[in-house]
Design a protein around this ligand. Sequence first.
Ligand code: GLU
Length: 498
Amino acid sequence: MEGTNVVRTRYAPSPTGHLHIGGARTALFCYLLAKKTDGKFIVRIEDTDQERNVAGAEEEQLANLQWLGIAWDESVDVGGPYGPYRSMERLDTYETYLQRLADEGKTYPCYCTKEELDEAREAQLKRGEMPRYSGRCRHLSAAERQQFEAEGRKPVTRFRVPAGQTIVVDDLVRGRVTFESDGIGDFVIARADGRPMYNFAVTVDDALMKITHVIRGEEHLSNTPLQILLYEALGFPVPHFAHLSLILNRERQKMSKRDESIVQFVDQYRQLGYLPQAIVNFLALLGWSPPGEHSEEEVFSREQLAELFSLDRLSKAPAVFDPDKLNWLNNHYIKAADLDDVVALCTPHLEAAGLIAAERTAKEDEWVRRLVTLYQEQLKYGAEIVELAELFFQQQLNYGEEAKEVLIEEHVLDVLQELQRQLNSLDSFTPKAFKQAMKATQKATGQKGKKLFMPVRAALTGSVHGPDLGESLALIGREKVLARLQWLIDNYAQTVAK
Ligand code: GLU
C-alpha cells in the first residue's frame, strides 16, 4: 500500500448530463496535482440522486475525460483499493455510518412532510429570518415517533448540528472562511429509503477513499462546513479543500448551462473538431496561472502543466471564458498537428455538409488532403472547413463587395478573356501550368502584379483573399474553373454593377 503522505485527489461527477467545461477543469486540476506530486487521481461516480441521473451520462463523461487525456488511477472501470467507485454500490457502507451516527445520538429521524417544511420556510421568510430547518423533530418522544410511523410517514435522517460553533474552512484558494453553525439548520443526510444525500455520501467516500485534497468548484463552498461537521462527527480527519473560482462568460456573468450562445460541453468541442491538447491548455489557464518565467506564456503541453502545476497559483478571482482564446490555441495546435489528424478533424464536417462522399476513392481522399492542406494554417477548428472551403464546392460563385470592387476596373474584362484563351490551350491543369498561363496573360495584356492577380482571384473564387491560387484552381479543376470564367465574361456587366 502507498505511504500516508501520498496526495489523493478525486473528481466526483454526478451522471446527470454531459461533461461541462467547468467539470473538466476541476478534473484537470485534480489530475495535475496528482501527477505533479506522484499521487493518485480518482474518478468517483456520485449517482445517488437517481431522479436526476441521465442514461448514458456516466459513459459520456468518462469517455470525454479520456479523450482529454485526463487519465485516472482508480475508478469504476479499473477498480482500485477503495472501491466500489459508484455511490449506489456503496449503500451498505453508508448504512454502517448512518447507524453509527444514530447510535451516538448525532442524528434523528424527521417526519416532516414537504408541505410542513414549505410552510415553516414561508413563515421564516416572512419574519425576515434566514430559512433553515426549525428543529421540529429534534426532540420527539418515542411515542410521538410511533404515532408518525403509525400514520405511515417515512422519516428522513437529519444531522444534529451542534450549537454555537464556528466552523473554519482553511481553503487553499480562498484562505480562511468561517461559518457559524447556528446559521445551519439540522440538515438531511439520508432520504427515507436510506439513500444518502450528497453531503453525507461525499464525506464518507472522501474519507474512506483517503482523499487528501478536495478540489471542486466554488459553488460547493457552502457545503463544506456541513461536510466538516460530518467529518468531525464520524471521527475522520478533515482533508484540504480548494474551491476553484467561478467561470464567467465574456460579459462577466456567471455562465449558465442553459446559455446556448456559448459552447460549454466538452463533447460539443470534440464534435466541432477541436483538439484535446488545446482544450486542456485552455482549461488549465482558467483560474490558474503559470509561475515565474512562464507567466507570460500561453501554450503548455499536458506534461508541462503537470510539471508546473501548483495549488498556490490558483486564483480567487473569477476566470473569464474567452472563446477567441480557445480558437487561437486550437489553431496553434492544428498548425503543429500531422496533416492526417487535421484531415480527420475536417472530413466528418465536409461529409455532413454533403460536400464530399462518405465512401471515397483513394484519389478523392488525396483531393481532400490537398484541400485541408490549403487551410491548415488558418483553420481554427474542424467544422470551420465547411465555410472556409466554400469556394471549392459552389456551382455559382458569390461575388463579395471587395471582389466586385476589384472586378469593376477597366482592364479586367480584357485580362479575363486573355486568361480564358490561355487556360484553354493548356495541356494539363496543374499549379505550374496555371503559372505559365498567367505569365502569358501578363505578356499579352501588359497587366502585372496586383492588377493581374487580384481580378483573377476575384473572378475565379469570388473573393480577394484565400489560399494559394494555383493550387486552389488545380483542386477546383479545369472544367469548373473554365465554366466560372465563361459565366463571368458572359455576365460581366450585371455582376460588377453596383
Ligand atoms: N457530485 C458533485 C457534483 O457533481 C461533486 C461535488 C464535489 O466535488 O464534492 O457537483
